[in-house]
Write a protein that binds this ligand. Structure first.
Ligand SMILES: [Zn+2]
Length: 574
């Protein structure tokens, strides 16, 4: 181990020079595109744009947290103190929406918030997987990394200013459209909002026809497109993205203002840049499908380097793999069309990871021998193999000291990080190296969790209940609960049966009173949110008569507290 030990002491987590240089793209500044049209770069992960109007201003995208927006709000105010008349969300992603409360300033209660109709739907469902995506996004964006840990940047922005303590009130759009485009005149400024599904399905780009300024959202930035995000997304529809870029280039804009990386100008240059970007996406899509049709799996295609960007694409400044990568895109496109199964027979019903680890270690002559092989792999610079072996040893350490395995695994992760051009991959490796040492634990603060619940629409909260059903507890349970909210007259029903919770946004029709187990009358929606967020206990709410329990025929019966509490215990996320 001595050889490796010395390396720990001397290790500096290097980074590809090009990724280090990419940081220059994010120098904090407000760039004036044309009089009254500004783009703020470097205040958060994304850009935020200010358009001054006659009697009010328009802001496009609002950064990732209130903390990130505070300084920007001050600087925007210094440019123009007119009230913010409208805010436009280019899409639902966290780095574009969470600073609204701050940036809207004094006009928060009157501000109009525009988005595509799909954005609202995306907000509703984001919560479904937020537990895992919080953790995965923290790794991708290096949210817990400092410079001492080797963070360089986030590829399309300097650093996501968003951690377990950030405030992120989610303000829903007030005005949405579900057509291809929407013409608006706000404070004397004419804008066309185009639905342009690309990096997300709800993406819109904003065009000012008179000034020929195109706000490109996340459909183009100065880094290889993220056709798949390792933080966890469904694969972006590459074909749709390409046609949205066609729409964008055909506008022949004089100014292109993306929501990440610096704006550019010149109609011809913009046309060429969008063209090369759309061509790269089409290239990776078409070639992946081509090799897929020849029977190749993603491992084959990537392992044999069957798809390499042609030289003019590979060398283009907008296609450097600082964010998305060609290899991850190949896997994602395969998955989008074909699904998880590679077609290799041993992948059809694989053993559990712990059994595979055990078999590997037995084959290698026991854990001590395998650990020696992992050390050899490290000194021979085979870091991927070293990582695989240490992962297996972690699952099946036998007589080995776990801390020794982790030490070697950390070194392998740091080395793999140092070769990664994609900031996403680098940040992931480095974050994981801290996690396995027990130095960080990634989770939102309890306050953030309850804030999210309090801000969510009631409908979403009911929907999320079904994914928190503990089916082992509920397997023998068959009960129907009806809910009525007195302040809004909203009605819901939950029927737990067969290990599922069937949630409906209304009461069943023609229901017989004897089929109803409990009717839950709630005086205010807020009370129910407090119960879900564990701010107030259900027993207390019942005794305060904020929750009134009735039987199927509508008679108040406080003894129903027992089945009500049992019902609530069925929903535990862990
Ligand atoms: Zn973004």
């Amino acid at each position: 181990m001595s050889d490796v030990d010395t390396k720990i002491a001397s290790l500096k987590i290097e980074a590809p020079e090009a990724l280090v240089k990419q940081t220059e793209e994010f120098a904090k500044q407000i760039i004036t595109i044309l009089p009254g049209i500004h783009c703020a770069v470097g205040y958060g992960l994304a850009n935020s744009m200010l358009i001054e109007g006659d009697d009010g201003n328009i802001i496009i995208d609002t950064l990732e947290s209130c903390e990130a927006a505070i300084e920007l709000h001050k600087d925007f105010q210094a440019i123009s103190s007119k009230p913010v008349a409208a805010i436009i969300y280019t899409h639902n992603h966290a780095d574009h929406v969470f600073g609204t409360e701050v940036l809207a300033g004094d006009n928060l209660s009157n501000v109009k918030i525009y988005s595509h109709a799909t954005t609202r739907k995306m907000f509703d469902i984001t919560g479904l997987i937020q537990r895992t995506t919080f953790q995965r996004a923290a790794r991708q964006f290096g949210m817990y990394l400092t410079e001492a840990h080797g963070i360089v940047n986030d590829g399309i922005g300097l650093h996501l200013k968003f951690d377990k303590n950030s405030r992120r009130p989610l303000l829903y759009p007030t005005d949405t459209f579900d057509t291809d485009s929407l013409n608006l005149t706000i404070a004397g400024r004419n804008l066309v909002l185009y639905h342009a599904p690309g990096e997300t399905d709800d993406q819109i780009v904003v065009y000012m026809p008179k000034e020929k300024v195109l706000f490109a959202a996340d459909n183009i930035y100065k880094a290889f497109p993220n056709i798949y995000a390792i933080r966890g997304t469904s694969t972006r529809d590459a074909i749709q993205w390409v046609s949205s870029l066609d729409l964008m280039r055909n506008l022949r804009a004089e100014y292109l203002v993306p929501s990440h990386t610096k704006p550019i100008s010149g109609a011809e240059y913009i046309y060429e840049t969008i063209t090369i970007y759309r061509d790269a996406i089409q290239f990776v899509h078409d070639q992946t499908v081509r090799f897929m049709n020849q029977g190749f799996t993603p491992d084959d295609i990537i392992g044999k380097k069957l798809i390499q960007l042609p030289k003019h694409l590979k060398e283009h400044p907008y296609l450097q793999e600082f964010y998305g990568t060609v290899d991850w895109s190949i896997r994602a496109i395969f998955d989008r069309y074909i699904g998880w199964y590679s077609s290799k027979e041993s992948d059809l019903n694989p053993d559990a990871p712990s059994i595979r680890a055990q078999n590997l270690i037995r084959l290698g002559g026991g854990s001590i021998k395998v650990f020696e092989s992992a050390q050899t792999a490290y000194s021979e610079e085979k870091y991927q193999w070293c990582l695989e072996l240490t992962e297996a040893l972690n699952l099946h350490p036998e007589d080995l000291n776990k801390s020794e395995i982790i030490q070697l695994q950390v070194l392998a992760l740091q080395k793999l990080a140092s070769f990664q051009t994609s900031a996403n991959g680098r940040n992931w490796y480095l974050t994981k190296s801290l996690e396995i040492q027990g130095l960080i634990e990634i989770q939102p603060s309890p306050k953030q969790v309850s804030q999210t619940i309090m801000n969510a629409p009631l409908k979403s909260l009911f929907m999320f209940l079904s994914i928190n059903l503990n089916y082992q507890k509920a397997s023998e349970f068959n009960q129907l609960f009806l809910f009525h909210f007195q302040d809004t007259n909203a009605k819901f029903s939950i029927h737990i049966r067969n290990g599922i919770a069937d949630v409906k946004y209304q009461w069943p029709e023609n229901i017989q009173s004897k089929s109803i187990d409990v009717i839950v009358e709630v005086t205010k929606e807020e009370i129910w949110k407090q119960v879900i967020a564990r701010i107030k206990g259900p027993i207390e709410s019942v005794s305060d008569e904020e929750i009134i329990l009735k039987d199927g025929s509508g008679e108040i019966n406080q003894e129903l507290i027992v089945p009500f509490l049992i019902f609530l215990t069925m929903f535990t996320s862990d």
